[in-house]
Structure formats: structure tokens, C-alpha cells
Write a protein that binds this ligand. Structure first.
Ligand code: ARG
Length: 463
């Protein structure tokens, strides 16, 4: 508009126009992004409240909009909402339904907002709820691993390197190694959620607004730590999804390593796990088989999640700043990675909870005297022999594999490895793991509270 001529004011009764193109089915993302409906509604409610506060909506208009959005929310929850693929995405479906329901006032909701800041917001709310669910499932596995580690804290176990028997540990110590790995995965998920807890709402298409909006309002209402710093960054940033899917890819790699060990341990060669139905199914041909199907699929599922990460990063690579339609493709891999991981965690929890260890077979492997070679060399060290020479002497067989010199080999060699973090110090480790689990559960409750507050906003309780 040039400065002097006033812009024609359209009548409030003009119906909104939605462009239909022959490629609408190609453009549409509704089949995927309808999973964001609750987040979208919550964001819209918080946005409408802000518009009222800064004088861009009257109280009545805000009430009509929020009421309409909540009635849409109820229908979506009940499964009666009629999604229209021709309306492209979750945002347009909801906005058009709102305007049909409450009339042209519905057209005021999108004031000072773009689908670009809207989708960025929805994704961050989705991520928060996803981390809540993932953390819950991961905590359950950590609890099971800890319980089984306590049960097997003193079950002598051959520790392996290169898949060769190496040094004496305990089964509990080995299981706890998985516990700490998974605990780092959980910590990464929390850190991802913390970094993502910044509201992009108010960035508009990319340059904010000429209207007197206040991004701090919706940010606080939706439980974010603060609003964005830069409007261009806010609509471009997909780091939250990239981090989330990376966290899940690494978690999947860790789970696949547990899967692999369960497969090995349930083979006749190892025989550490009894062939019970919790491992999976039998063979359709060989009557004697009890296959470790679940651990095998856990091992394989990592392929999917790593693939999702590659798809996401490859889509993001080389994009110029601000919104590009490519970004629409971020949801498929992310939602799939979350769903795959939740399923995998659930199945693995059932297996870890139900497997039966064959302690006799496990102890028999741990009785291999070769496991004590390092102990013998270390016994020579206590008598002043330089470690390199002791190593050589034990290795070449010129020193006996007898860690205590003439004394008999102790029943529980792992117990003498009591340096910090070693199998002989397992009680301290178990105490640490218990404390860690309690603090992780606390962090989960605070994330769950934020998710619940956003749900309540949609369900009217938060009025
Ligand atoms: N469906 C789109 C997505 O998921 C929403 C944003 C569309 N913005 C746009 N300018 N076309 O990314």
C-alpha cells in the first residue's frame, strides 16, 4: 500500500478463501500432522488470550474462539471430528472448522500469527509430551535392570572383551553397565526437552508483527521458559526434533546391544538364559525351537530409528533460513522414531522382566581359571614386580595363574576387585543407581505437570 490511499476494509462477512490446487493431495500433511491437534488447540487458546490482553480481541470474541476451539477438541478426542484432506494440514482444518462454527469472528484467531510459528510451537509441545512418554518407558527399564542387578549382584560372571572371556565380574555389575548407558539416554532426553522449552509463537511468518503482540504471554501460559530471541531463527529452528531423533537413535543402538546379548545368552553355546516363551515364539518347522524373536527385533529396530535420523538431517541440510516447505517433512521421521522407540522399550521391558537366568551355566563360565590371569599378574605387582614383567610371566606360563601365590583361589574373585566402580564395589554402585533413579523420576513428574497443564487448557479446566 502506498502511504496516502487508505486500504479498503473488507466486510467481516466475506467468507475466507482457501486456494485449491490440483496437487493438494501432494501438499497435504494432515494424515501425519493431525497428531499435533491437541498442541495446536492449546497454542491457539493461549494465542487468543494474548490477543485479548493486548486489545486485539474483545472478551466476547476471545470467549467465542476459545469455546469453539474446545468443542473441536472434544470432537477430535471422541474421534468424531471430520478431517478434510483438501484443507491440507491440522492448522487449516481446525481454523476452517472454527470459522464454520462461530462465524467470521473465527477469522480473527490468525491475527499476528502464521502457520510457520504455529507449526514450530506445536512441535515443541509435541516434543514435551513425547519426552514424558519416552522417559516413563525408559525409567521402567531402568527399574527392572536395577532390580535384576540387585538379585544378581553376587552372581559370578565371566566378563568379556572381544567376546572372549576376560576378567571376573558379576552378572549384576554387567546389567548395571546397561543401566548407566540408558540413564545417559534419559538425561539426554531431559536436556533436549529443556533446550526445546522456548516458545516460537509471535515470530509470525518470519518477521514478527506490526501489531502490539506480547509473546511472553502465551510462552508463560504454555509452560515455556521464555519466548524466542529472533523471529527468523524461531520459524527455522528444527534442532529440537533433530536432537530428539538423535537421542532416540543412540538409545536404539544401546537397546540393540542389549538385544544382541540376549540373543547370544539364550543360545545353547552360552546357555545363560533359559529358553522360555518370554523371548518370543517357536519355529513353525522345528518343534524344539524357542527363538529369541523379541531381542532380535529389538536389535533390528535400531535400523529404523537410525534411518529416521538420517532422513531428518538430510532434509534439513542446506536449507536457507526461515520457513521452507521442506520442513513439513520433519514430522514423519520424528513421529515414527518416537513410536518405534516406545514399542521397542515396552517389548524389551517385558523380556528383561521375565527372562530366567541359568545361574549354574553362568557360574560355570565364571569358573574358568583363565579369568584370573590379570589377578595373578597383579599379585606379582604387590610383591614389587613391575607390571609389564608380571604380565609377561603370567602370559608365558612361567608364573602360576594363582592370584594369591600359594593360597587357594578365592571362591569369589570378583569381590577382590573392589576399586571404585569395579564389581567388588557393587553395593556403592547400587546405592548410587537408586538415588539416580529417584531424581530421574522427579524430573519426569515436573515434565508431566507441564504436559498436564497444557491438556487442561484445552479441556476447559484451565480457564
Ligand atoms: N503443514 C506445514 C508444515 O508442517 C505448516 C506450515 C506451512 N507454512 C507454509 N507457509 N506453507 O510445515
Amino acid at each position: 500500500m502506498s502511504g496516502s490511499e487508505p486500504m479498503p476494509v473488507p466486510s467481516a462477512a466475506d467468507p475466507p478463501r482457501y486456494v485449491r490446487t490440483p496437487t493438494i493431495r501432494f501438499l497435504a500433511s494432515i494424515d501425519v500432522d493431525r497428531a499435533l491437534a491437541r498442541a495446536d488447540l492449546a497454542g491457539s487458546i493461549a494465542h487468543a488470550e494474548m490477543l485479548e490482553r493486548v486489545g486485539l480481541l474483545t472478551a466476547d470474541e476471545r470467549a467465542a474462539i476459545v469455546g469453539g476451539l474446545r468443542s473441536i477438541g472434544r470432537e477430535i478426542a471422541e474421534g468424531t471430528f471430520a478431517w478434510e484432506p483438501d484443507l491440507e494440514d491440522v492448522h487449516t482444518n481446525i481454523e476452517v472448522a472454527l470459522t464454520r462454527r462461530i462465524g467470521p469472528i473465527g477469522g480473527k484467531l490468525h491475527t499476528a500469527r502464521s502457520r510457520n510459528d504455529q507449526i514450530a510451537l506445536d512441535e515443541r509441545l509435541y516434543l514435551r509430551a513425547a519426552v514424558r512418554d519416552l522417559a516413563g518407558a525408559l525409567l521402567r527399564i531402568e527399574e527392572i535392570l536395577l532390580r535384576r542387578s540387585v538379585e544378581e549382584a553376587r552372581t559370578a560372571f565371566a566378563g568379556y572383551t572381544h567376546l572372549q572371556r576376560a576378567q571376573p565380574i558379576t552378572l549384576g555389575h554387567h546389567l548395571l553397565a546397561h543401566f548407566w548407558r540408558l540413564d545417559r539416554d534419559l538425561d539426554r532426553l531431559y536436556a533436549t526437552a529443556r533446550r526445546a522449552n522456548v516458545s516460537p509463537l509471535g515470530a509470525g511468518a518470519l518477521a514478527g508483527s506490526t501489531l502490539p503482540i506480547d509473546p511472553t504471554g502465551p510462552a508463560a501460559r504454555l509452560g515455556f521458559d521464555r519466548p524466542f530471541e529472533n523471529s527468523v531463527d524461531a520459524v527455522s529452528d528444527r534442532d529440537p526434533f533433530a536432537e530428539l531423533v538423535f537421542d532416540l537413535a543412540l538409545l536404539a543402538v544401546h537397546l540393540s546391544s542389549i538385544g544382541e546379548e540376549l540373543v547370544l545368552w539364550s543360545s545353547a553355546e552360552f546357555g545363560f538364559i533359559r529358553p522360555t516363551p518370554v523371548l518370543g515364539g517357536g519355529s513353525s518347522l522345528m518343534p524344539q525351537k524357542q527363538n529369541p524373536d523379541v531381542p532380535e527385533l529389538v536389535r533390528a529396530r535400531a535400523a529404523r530409528v537410525v534411518g529416521d535420523l538420517v532422513a531428518l538431517l538430510t532434509m534439513l541440510k542446506g536449507l536457507p533460513l526461515a520457513y521452507d516447505r521442506d520442513l513439513q517433512e520433519d514430522k514423519g521421521p520424528t513421529f515414527r522414531a518416537v513410536a518405534t522407540t516406545l514399542e521397542t522399550l515396552g517389548a524389551l521391558a517385558a523380556v528383561l522382566d521375565g527372562i530366567e537366568f541359568d545361574r549354574e551355566r553362568i557360574r560355570a563360565a565364571a569358573r574358568d581359571p583363565q579369568l584370573l590371569a590379570t589377578d595373578a599378574a597383579e599379585a606379582l605387582v604387590t610383591r614389587g614386580v613391575p607390571f609389564r614383567r608380571a604380565h609377561e610371566a603370567v602370559g608365558s606360563g612361567t608364573a602360576e595363574v594363582d592370584p594369591a601365590g600359594r593360597a587357594p583361589i578365592p571362591v569369589e574373585p570378583f569381590a577382590r576387585r573392589s576399586s571404585p566402580g569395579a564389581p567388588g564395589a557393587i553395593d556403592a554402585q547400587i546405592a548410587l543407581a537408586r538415588t539416580r533413579l529417584a531424581s530421574r523420576a522427579e524430573s519426569l513428574s515436573s515434565i508431566a505437570r507441564l504436559v498436564a497443564a497444557v491438556d487442561e487448557l484445552v479441556e476447559e479446566k484451565g480457564t
